[in-house]
Design a protein around this ligand. Structure first.
Ligand code: ZN
Ligand code: ZN
Length: 199
């Protein structure tokens, strides 16, 4: 497998660049797509992702699990764990990245810091890019069982998204979803207005 694979290209285009995180997401997405291929075709695939890294963009691009459609559920756990299921089905596939897949690489990290700070020389920039690409490639080529712990699990399917009425904030005048409102001095306001310090 390489960067020219059609699905990988789609993911890279959506994400904007090739990186190790995208490669991880690509491998997860392909694995899930293959696993659920023959099961209840018309039921929608839902992904629960436990991080908001580059990997999630590959999942959105390839599996069609997106925030807007409500079939991408985000949990802010900072873990490379991805659980897929079909709506209405308790059987889920839990894919978790083995922690030693991308070991801490101090050289890479310090080059990245320099690049971010804008102090990397052209040679250092090149070196970083080469190492970045090599890591991305490595993830694409690793055998599945070395990359992931894969388990079939049972889950309680989350409820479908409920549509709430829109309330107008009495401070900023913008509309917001009813259950997210707050009350200050007897007036209903939106969360950002409630949290704003200057009253
Ligand atoms: Zn990325
Ligand atoms: Zn407001």
């Amino acid at each position: 497998m390489d960067f020219d694979n059609a699905n990988f290209k789609t993911a890279a285009q959506f994400h904007g660049h090739v990186c190790p995180g995208l490669s991880i997401g690509y491998r997860v997405a392909e694995l899930a797509a293959n696993h659920f291929k023959d099961r209840s075709k018309d039921e929608e695939l839902v992904a629960i992702v436990e991080n908001k890294s580059c990997a999630v963009d590959a999942i959105q691009a390839i599996n069609g699990c997106t925030c807007g459609k409500g079939n991408l559920i985000f949990k802010d756990y900072g873990k490379h764990v991805y659980t897929y299921f079909k709506r209405g089905d308790k059987k889920a596939l839990r894919i978790s990245l083995k922690p030693d897949v991308l070991p801490q690489d101090e050289k890479h990290t310090s080059l990245f810091a320099k690049l971010r700070a804008g102090t990397a020389s052209p040679e250092e920039t090149k070196e970083f890019q080469a190492s970045h690409e090599a890591k991305s490639q490595k993830v694409l080529e690793m055998p599945e069982e070395e990359l992931f712990l894969i388990k079939e699990v049972e889950i309680e399917p989350p409820e479908k998204a409920i549509i709430y009425p829109t309330i107008i904030c009495s401070k900023c005048g913008e509309g917001f979803m009813e259950p997210l409102g707050r009350v200050r001095k007897g007036k209903i306001i939106c969360l950002p207005c409630f949290e704003a310090k200057n009253e």
